[in-house]
Write a protein that binds this ligand. Sequence first.
Ligand code: CUA
Length: 319
Amino acid sequence: MATDTDLALSHGFALLDAASTQASRTDTIFLAMLLLCGTVALVLLVLIVAFAVRYRRGNQVDRTPPRGLRGIEVAWTVTPLLIFFAVFGWAARDFITMADPPRDALPVTVVAKQWMWKLQHRNGRREINELHVPQGEPVVLTMTSQDVIHSLFVPAFRLKQDVVPGRYTRLWFTATQLGEFPLFCSEYCGSEHSQMTGRVVVMSAAEYGRWLASGPAQPSTAQYGFALFRQLGCSGCHDPRSTIHAPSLDGLYGRTVHLQDGRSIVADADYIRDSILVPAKDVVAGFAPVMPSFAGQVSEEDLEALIAYIQSTSPRDTP
Ligand code: CUA
């Protein structure tokens, strides 16, 4: 059986594969920069050699400083400036696109740990060091680490994102080619860092649907989150019918929350995570800071499930 290392070696030219929509955009800008910088370097090289030959010591040439060249000086200053502004605008547009996953992207949660990748699909199907995705559909990974900083790197997709303990980072892509592509950890994370590899398997949408449904039946991430919500006693206070005065969490995800200290905050995954682990940090206006911390009682998977449950109560995000 081929190991991950064999797979990585057989993809020795993986950088030539461009297997996501982002990959072709990144390649275009890379090639444009390469041509631009190469042209500038070449022109400078030719001029340096030509001037060195022409003005060498002992050569009888006119050496009086030229005058009236302001037009040329302005041109060689302003033209590169405009080109660099254009390159900045181009790169910034791609960067913003990369940071903003489409609303309908398929969610996959990722927990990195020394030394493996644990992934979970929305219907609860789990996998380790493998990520199955459909071709042509946007997929968004919500990632965190259980221990140290890791970094998820898929060269064929031209994507790399740090995976950091204590917060969520996101990465999204649309795979364009069927096949298997190596995935790596690209942040040194301990003695087996180099073996923290895996593969992304891109399947047709129909095949992916079958694959997703074929796993052992498990509760979806949000269902598991709801079970935890009751098991940990969250519902005891956060249920609207509860006698304890705690904010209702229905439809919380994505809403703006006003806090006791006058700040406002958008309820995203990081906010919900902090509220579970460090409840005294962002106290909602009009409520007493009585919630205990659940740090140490919930794993990273549990937190992602609780967040998925709260997210599922928002009408626009209902799976
Ligand atoms: Cu995980 Cu390097």
